[in-house]
Design a protein around this ligand. Sequence first.
Ligand code: ZN
Ligand code: ZN
Length: 225
Amino acid sequence: MIQLHVSDDILTGYAAGSLDEASNLFVASHLTLCPHCRLVASKAEALGGYLLDSLEETSVSPGMMASVLGHNTRSPASRPFASNVRQELPDPEMRARESILPAPIREYVGSDFDQLQWKRLAPKVHQITVPMKDTRAQARLLRFQSGITVPLHGHNGRELTLVLTGSLCDGDTTMRRGDVSETDEQTEHQPFAGPGEDCICLAVTDAPLRFKGLFARMLQPLFGI
Ligand code: ZN
Ligand code: ZN
């Protein structure tokens, strides 16, 4: 059961088509796993279509967006919604290796999980940089062996993380498949991979991280994080 969702800000940006390519991939991937956010995003899309239709005739009150997101009972599909987002198959297919990566990610890196070209970033940490035309933000798959701690770091921008396998612990929070975190310039943290299987996550950043330790800072230019 997903506990941690994409913020309304980012979801409405997705519905309006105003996100960068990497953040768009991030939201589309979460939506394949999360019926809750699919519903919110479809309402935001319906609202966007409604606003465009009525822009010339109606004035819009400030609370309208929030009120429609919370209470809209109209049919959500006045416009086609995220045609590239497909719902994951239920068990037992769910755990098949091919479906570890949500369909939107597979479109970028290929669908054969065993053929993925992981590059070693540090002992027990591997990554795949997801190729993007839009360079405003970077997307990467990160794979942490269980128990591994990410070096303490801050952020120069926004960092979005979507857990796909295993678990990622950050302070008092444990994130599992489908859970997301959203951090900004104010956040400093040192997440670690929980026990059990490797933690694979999709991470999207729009600025370099700020590592605290000398060793991590020295390695940073080599890996472009
Ligand atoms: Zn969600
Ligand atoms: Zn971080």
